[in-house]
Design a protein around this ligand. Structure first.
Ligand code: SF4
Ligand code: SF4
Length: 285
């Protein structure tokens, strides 16, 4: 278990065979398209940088690892962050494109059942690596994982899958705060920290946090702002987290629970019918 290909196979095999990778529809459709994997160094200086940005409560990979293995902590330089992304399926994106105010059924199901699978995948990957001799942890699954108020960003968690994905080279942030990856914006992320000497993925965009968003790169587009029914995205102020949070809590989540019988907090209308839905916008990647 010492090559990226072996780690990818672990993730792909679980994606292909786990019964939980399902939208729980009669069609038997999977919740996600094939996962994509990228690797960051545990001592990448950007991890300290985002801790400075978000707040002291935000974990570095070394801190998350030490919480999981207090008797056997590992120095940051010996750690790798394995970041994976799960793309929404073509059928889910197509259905969601038709919606204007509420999430489509497949989208709500992927947010609920698909995230349950994602939680299993995080644990499966950590356990499989641990069994292979590399004691590993999925920081998002640690008992201490929680949300706190960040002075700069409002409500923020102490492990950010999206920031880990950025540092690992998966993609950049955007006008709506969501990540734009080579598989687009309609994706979800997971990660595991492991003392395994894997080669790191090249970060095609360097340290530019918004390189793949048309608004930040060229001052054009803004399509995601037009897709938001809550006016929670604007080209002047970016993403209004509070407005987004309120719309989801008060409107889309109760609708999804009542209409589809799902829980969780689905919306994601701003993630489809836009130039970055399933790719990096032309000319930027
Ligand atoms: S829709 Fe346009 S402005 Fe919005 S995130 Fe995508 S590229 Fe950026
Ligand atoms: S998730 Fe929904 S409410 Fe939040 S910004 Fe996107 S479209 Fe607007």
């Amino acid at each position: 278990m010492d090559s990226v290909e072996q780690v990818e196979r672990l993730i792909h095999d679980f994606w292909a065979s786990a019964p939980s990778n399902s939208l729980q529809l009669e069609t038997g459709e999977k919740a996600w398209d094939k996962p994509q994997v990228a690797i960051a160094r545990g001592d990448d200086p950007l991890f300290e940088h985002i801790k400075d940005l978000i707040g002291p409560f935000h974990w570095t990979p070394e801190e998350a690892y030490a919480l999981a293995f207090p008797e056997h902590p590992a120095p940051a330089r010996d750690l790798r962050v394995i970041s994976y992304l799960l793309p929404q399926t073509q059928a889910t994106r197509a259905e969601q494109r038709l919606e204007q105010k509420m999430p489509a059924e497949r989208w709500a199901r992927s947010r609920f059942h698909g995230e349950e699978f994602n939680c299993e995948l995080r644990l499966h990957l950590a356990e499989a690596l641990s069994s292979a001799g590399y004691p590993s942890v999925a920081p998002e699954r640690l008992p201490g994982f929680a949300y706190q108020q960040s002075e700069r960003f409002g409500l923020a968690s102490n492990w950010s899958e999206r920031h880990a994905a950025f540092i690992a080279g998966q993609g950049t942030f955007s006008l709506s705060d969501a990540m734009i990856t080579r598989w687009g914006k309609a994706v979800r992320f997971g990660s595991v920290v492991s003392p395994i000497n894997l080669p790191v993925t090249e970060r095609a965009y360097g340290d530019n946090f918004q390189a793949w968003c048309l608004w930040y790169a060229k001052g054009t587009c803004g399509a995601c702002a037009k897709r938001c029914p809550a006016d929670a995205i604007s080209t002047s102020d970016g993403h209004d987290k509070q407005a987004c949070f309120s719309y989801i809590r008060e409107t889309t989540a109760p609708y999804a629970t009542k209409t589809y019988g799902t829980g969780a907090t689905p919306c994601g209308l701003c993630q489809v019918k836009i130039p970055c839905e399933s790719q990096v916008p032309e000319g930027l990647g």
